[in-house]
Design a binder for this molecule. Structure first.
Ligand code: LMR
Length: 400
């Protein structure tokens, strides 16, 4: 039976990291997958996580199953982190929540929840969006549509086109927004644009779904939740997929959460039961370790303070390397104004390099970036930013 099965295409992001691992060239640089690296090119284990691991190793007494929706205390801490403990939906218990295997797990549970409970709804994603969004939602059986987002000519948000497109989305559909640090463009709405988005989304009768994978990597842990909080208006309904891969450096532990803000206590119970049903039929209940670490850090004042400092260090390094990239491109004689890179937020920058230039970077310079031209700036270091800038000049010059 297996003889006739055709090979699947390589994953647009993780497939590149697999190819990078096989690459024997010593000068190789991986700027594809969104993983933070420090100045030395290392993805650190955060100190707060190291301390939490030691505590858990000393104190953990059981490996029995968690509930289907995960650890209750973890859930409380996530609600507080994402929405703030003062939020009226938190205070009134109107949030269904499940601990999930990473942010991707949360997206998949959200997709299956939509398919089962809102079967007429299409899901609208920004153009461009994270290349795994279509994979996840199509696998869950959700119909996909696109709305414009990027104005490539000015490297900015195509604001008028975005608003006009949203104004035409049929009522009852779901719109996916990136809570902060848009992946792949690094371009976010301003606070006042978020308010306008919330107006138009609720006027149209749409359900917002926020992919919130980079909290703390844009402007700050609280600041990055501004869009989400603009959408979480009194009486509003929304879904949020949160990830702790990046802001806790817990990539391989797979820890995230799905939150559903519901209009009433009764709706919250029903939504929670439907989320649990999806999970039970999928992976039954979540893995415990990563969430236990997050719970331990967020629940301890000292560890939490350490975590906030470590997130700030990662964020500030990204801001500073963005500046260094712009300077290095200028120093290498790359034509054009790249100052937009310093205005983008989060790990990614949309470089505008063509597919051919991206291929040439990989084949001739052993520099790996995503086919769309997305660069993981969090993988740049003081020692590799110069060679990257010079390689960019070389591939641009050759194709011009
Ligand atoms: C990325 O966009 O590179 C990250 O979200 C990692 C992934 O799973 O693709």
């Amino acid at each position: 039976m297996f003889e006739t099965i055709e090979a699947a295409p390589r994953d647009a992001i993780l497939g590149l990291t697999a190819a990078f691992r096989e690459d024997q060239r010593p000068e190789k640089i991986n700027l594809s997958v969104g993983v933070y690296q420090d100045e030395t090119g290392h993805t650190p284990l955060l100190e707060c996580v190291r301390a939490a691991q030691q505590r858990l190793a000393a104190e953990a007494s059981s490996k029995s199953y968690l509930p289907i929706s995960g650890d209750v205390q973890f859930g409380e801490r996530v609600r507080e982190l994402v929405l703030g403990d003062e939020h009226e939906a938190v205070a009134n218990g109107r949030i269904a929540l499940a601990q999930t295997p990473g942010g991707t797990g949360a997206l998949r549970v959200a997709g299956e929840f939509i398919r089962a409970n809102l079967p007429q709804a299409s899901l609208w994603v920004s153009d461009p969006t994270w290349p795994n969004h279509p994979n996840v939602f199509q696998a869950a059986g959700v119909r996909l549509q696109k709305y414009p987002y990027l104005d490539a000519s000015s490297n900015s948000l195509a604001w008028e086109a975005t608003l006009a497109a949203i104004a035409n989305i049929p009522a009852g559909d779901v719109i996916l927004l990136h809570g902060c640090c848009h992946n792949p463009t690094g371009i976010d709405p301003t606070e006042s644009q978020w308010e306008q988005l919330a107006d138009i989304i609720y006027d149209r009768g749409l359900l917002p779904l926020l992919d919130f994978a980079y909290q703390g990597f844009g402007d700050g842990i609280q600041q990055d939740a501004a869009g989400l909080r603009a959408l979480a208006r009194p009486g509003a309904e929304l879904l949020v997929c949160s990830s702790f891969s990046k802001n806790f450096g817990l990539y391989r532990e797979r820890v995230g959460a799905l939150l559903a803000v519901c209009p009433t206590a009764a709706a919250t119970q029903a939504v929670q039961s439907q989320i649990n049903r999806v999970i039970r039929a999928n992976y039954s209940n979540p893995p415990a370790h990563g969430a236990a670490l997050v719970n331990c850090v967020l629940g301890d004042a000292d560890l939490r303070a350490t975590w906030e400092t470590e997130v700030a260090t990662m964020r500030e390094r990204i801001h500073s390397i963005r500046k260094q990239l712009v300077e290095s491109l200028a120093a290498a004689g790359v034509p054009g104004d790249y100052s937009f890179i310093t205005k983008q937020r989060g790990m990614f920058s949309f470089s505008g390099l063509t597919k051919e230039q991206v291929d040439a970077l990989r084949e001739e310079h052993a520099i790996y970036i995503v086919g769309s031209g997305r660069i993981n700036v969090a993988g740049l270091t003081p020692s590799n930013v110069g060679p990257v800038a010079r390689a960019v000049r070389s591939v641009i010059e050759r194709s011009s």
